[in-house]
Design a protein around this ligand. Structure first.
Ligand SMILES: [Zn+2]
Ligand SMILES: [Zn+2]
Length: 97
């Protein structure tokens, strides 16, 4: 997943926004267009960890692919693992197995 996604994801459990990102491994994405004129993120820039304002910083939100890590909700304490580049946004305690 890209950091750009953090601009769109809220906690499935309590709807807190934004989530905190902890990166374990990430890869640079090849073949992207150049730095845009405006920030890509709208409400929250996960790379700058602030409101989006700097297009050059925000470009990093598309440039790196996060392979593993986790997303943490600082409101309810829920943690969502990122595995093989995909965030597992399941409500805690909901186990379908
Ligand atoms: Zn951004
Ligand atoms: Zn939450």
């Amino acid at each position: 997943m890209r950091r750009r996604l953090l601009d769109l994801l809220a906690c499935p459990s309590c709807h807190h926004f934004p989530l905190k990102l902890v990166v374990e491994t990430e890869e640079e994405v090849e073949g992207l267009p150049s730095i845009p004129e405006k920030p890509l993120c709208e409400k929250w820039c996960a790379y700058a960890e602030s409101k989006p304002k700097d297009p050059a910083l925000c470009f990093e939100c598309m440039k790196k692919d996060i392979i593993s890590g986790k997303l943490i909700c600082e409101n309810c304490g829920a943690e969502y693992m990122i595995e093989a580049g995909v965030p597992r946004m399941l409500k805690p305690g909901v186990d379908k197995s």
